[in-house]
Design a protein around this ligand. Structure first.
Ligand code: 5AD
Ligand code: SF4
Length: 448
């Protein structure tokens, strides 16, 4: 039996799909090259915006329609929408075989076996505070891997569905994470990205270090800084990244860990969402414009080459033209290296869903375009300042756009395109002198 997993949404979902692939392979299923070839198709869904859910439901409908020509084909759902909708999904998609909640992915092989044995319409939901099963399985990997360190989210941002669908914060024991990354490094992984919704909250809600764990060599006391130190020291790991951040996590220890640990990259994804204080307050983000900029200043003071990226929501209820202009000016002041812009989408059950969605789709689109154009200009100016510099690039292999070139990422997570040289190997860090800049890409030559 062959399987294919169709993934929507964020890196968490990419990681969960990879873990489920590994579990299915271990249970004797083979990965299919294409969805069309697969006997089992699983859709890993996202609930963060309505559009993402519509796409997943559309996809499930199409997949279930193929069962007419392919009796015996199994279609399953996992991820945030599975958790949010529970049994209601079977009203929309009656031919769906199973649906599994965000903390029960380990059950998928057994659910598939039950469907193969004749059961239908199985919903396996998780409760918000249960400890997830099997988070550590990894499929065949390149040299870069995601590792989930913290699940769920205890913040209650007014617009966000994540706390409902991913449950309460739970941090995995540090020992387990270090062992997992050590095993990955032995399999050739060189770069790890530690994942969590509010990743710097690691270890704040439940204990993660225990008697017998080695003390911090830098004297760190905060659990996340200690974890960075431990991961940084794993033989074979050349780069450590983490995402997403929240300004409350930008402590002196975190800044010290980022700037002194040799393998920790000088890049942070720190979603700001808005640059207007009244909007931030209604969003319940827990910081002000000034607080956010102070966190940036601390990071930049310690790391002159630091790159900051962000998420912004346009058209939040009540966002005025003046609020929007505050966001534009904050984005300049923070000098973001990249920004993901989202049009506000009310999510059922969140506090802001009760407020009028009053900005209107056309105006949201306009604000989206304005911010994207600003970001292009900012990215271009920022990248031009890097022309002439040497960037250390983790070589990923052939560039997707032009197969005669190679690409990779700089320490600051910028895409760098360069001419390869005979003998160059994927998964090594190479020095590249930058010769040309585009808003999202740097071009250069390998240093002799
Ligand atoms: N509408 C639009 N964007 C949202 N995000 C989260 N919830 C919503 C919503 N209801 C965005 C935020 C977050 C990113 C992952 O998705 O910017 O950082
Ligand atoms: Fe959502 Fe806020 Fe949690 Fe991020 S921190 S996932 S925006 S609730």
């Amino acid at each position: 039996m062959t399987f294919f997993i169709h993934t929507y949404g964020c890196q968490m979902n990419v990681r969960d799909s990879e873990a489920v692939s590994a579990l299915l392979v271990a249970a004797g299923y083979d990965p299919a090259e294409k969805e069309d070839d697969a006997d089992l198709v699983i859709v890993n869904s996202c609930s963060v915006r309505e559009k993402a859910e519509d796409k997943a439901i559309g996809k499930l409908g199409l997949l279930c329609a193929t069962k007419r020509e392919r009796p015996g084909r199994i279609v399953g759902l996992m991820g945030c929408m599975a958790q949010r909708l529970g049994r209601d999904i079977f009203v929309n998609v009656p031919k769906l075989d199973f649906s599994v909640g965000t903390r029960r992915n380990g059950a998928i092989p057994s659910l598939v076996a039950r469907v193969s044995a004749g059961e239908r319409g199985i919903a396996e939901l998780s409760s918000p505070d249960e400890i997830p099963d099997a988070p550590e399985a990894h499929a065949d990997l390149g040299f870069s891997a995601y590792v989930t360190i913290l699940l769920g989210c205890n913040r209650r941002c007014a617009y966000c569905i994540v706390p409902d669908v991913r449950g309460r914060e739970y941090s995995r024991p540090a020992r387990e994470i270090v062992a997992e990354i050590d095993a990955l490094a032995r399999r050739g992984v060189r770069e790890v990205t530690l994942l969590g919704q509010s990743v710097m909250n690691y270890g704040r809600m439940n204990p993660v270090w225990f008697d017998g764990d080695a003390p911090s060599t830098h004297g760190f006391t905060e659990p996340f800084a200690r974890l960075l130190e431990a991961v940084d020291a794993i033989p074979g790991i050349l780069r450590v990244r983490f995402t997403s951040g929240h300004p409350s996590g930008v402590t002196d220890e975190l800044v010290c860990a980022m700037s002194t640990l040799p393998h920790v990259c000088h890049h942070l994804h720190l979603p700001v969402q808005s640059g207007s204080d009244p909007v931030l307050k209604r969003m319940r983000r827990g910081y002000t414009r000034e607080g956010y900029l102070e966190a940036c200043a601390k990071l930049r003071a310690a790391m002159p080459d630091f790159v900051l990226t962000t998420d912004v929501i346009v058209g939040f209820p009540g966002e005025s033209e003046a609020d929007f202009e505050e966001t534009r000016s904050l984005m300049d002041a923070a000098d973001f290296g990249n920004a993901f812009i989202f049009k506000y989408s009310p999510r059922p059950g969140t506090p802001s869903a009760a407020w009028e969605d009053d900005v209107g789709d056309e105006e949201k689109c306009r604000r989206d375009h304005v911010l994207l154009a600003d970001q292009d200009r900012r990215g271009q100016a920022q990248n031009e300042r890097l022309v002439g510099s040497v960037q250390h690039v983790l070589a990923e292999g052939r560039s997707l756009r032009n197969a005669s070139r190679w690409s990779g990422r700089s320490d600051g997570n910028k895409i760098v395109v360069f001419e390869p040289r005979p003998g160059i190997r994927e998964g090594t860090i190479v020095p590249v002198r930058i010769t040309r800049a585009a808003p999202q890409t740097l071009y250069g030559e390998l240093c002799p």
